[in-house]
Design a protein around this ligand. Sequence first.
Ligand code: MLT
Length: 404
Amino acid sequence: MYKINRNFAKFPGSYLFSTIAKKVSEYQEGHPDAKIIRLGIGDVTRPLPPTVIKAMHEAVDEMGNEATFKGYAPDLGYGFLREAIVAWDFKRLGCDISTDEVFVSDGAKSDSGSIQELFAADNRIAVTDPVYPVYIDSNVIAGRCGEYDEKKEGWTDVTYMPVTAENGFVPEFPKEHCDIIYLCLPNNPTGTTLTKQQLQDFVDYARREGSVIIYDAAYEAYISQEGICHSIYECEGARECAIEIRSFSKNAGFTGTRLGYTVIPKDIICDGMRLRDMWARRHGCKFNGAPYIIQKAGAAVYTPQGQSEVKELIDYYMGNAAIIRDGLKNAGFEVYGGVNAPYIWMKTPNGMTSWGFFDYLLAEANVVGTPGSGFGPSGEGYFRLTAFGTKENSEAALERIAAL
Ligand code: MLT
């Protein structure tokens, strides 16, 4: 008999957002008249910017013409997109990244789930807690996290770096040696971030320890304050120890269109191997490139018009963030985030558990959010609302919550 990957049997439940979707659809079935407002998963609601749509139409026409038709895309992505990425996302910040260090993909979720394939099974991972569940889940599948401990509500072989109101959402360095450190900044789900110096401290720590940082910058476009890095390569020495993952989903609305990229500098070398070359090898064998039409759409984001349309989208969502944050504060809740990120992180009232508050809000206000404990043990007692809904729904949800 063949053998399955038993690591799948270790998961205590389904993927967080699938569990929420199931609960909500069961509730809706039982309450067909309920007008549910979904502020759970961070999925965008504004249509793609006009400049992006125009580029997609033109690319579709090219695909229908024998003279301009494209087959397989280059493994790393088309040069026109990688050049635009380097110019706009890195050179403008003064970061030294070259086009052959950029790998275009079908989105940051695939990359953040797959990047662990570069590493041996016996590496120890560290994550900020709470954090985007993909980092741990993908390492569980690879057999790197030990067992799920029901009492601790966490994995035995993972180092959790709590980020809570008590420590101002600044993680402490792990007490034991960790090989792979995941940082998501601005953080999903807390919506908080680190200063440039605090991030530099992590880079220095990784270099001292011989660790690698997986830096997920999916929400960098939402940074509104000074003194916060948009890329980890703004920190000295990051080229030697950090991989950065970026997304077109949250800034330009590509959640359904799928486009992202990963940067692996050539200076990251371990055991005589360049991680960049290993990822190129892996990309070559497992990936045939993001579609030409989508890469053209992505390149349109990096035009002056595209950038101004993206800024409009971000302003729209951050307007929602302000509505939710201020509304919750006025209603007496303890609230964080929503300034440099499209997520609002609130304390559950009266000591309710995260899932208890989820059920209460769904039943009493017909509003869906995400229970903080779904993002890690330190998320217990917190709850996340997304600013990616419509303005009308953000306002209506706040009215309903305030009226409770
Ligand atoms: C979230 O809601 O945390 C994210 O949108 C999920 C994702 O990006 O995959």
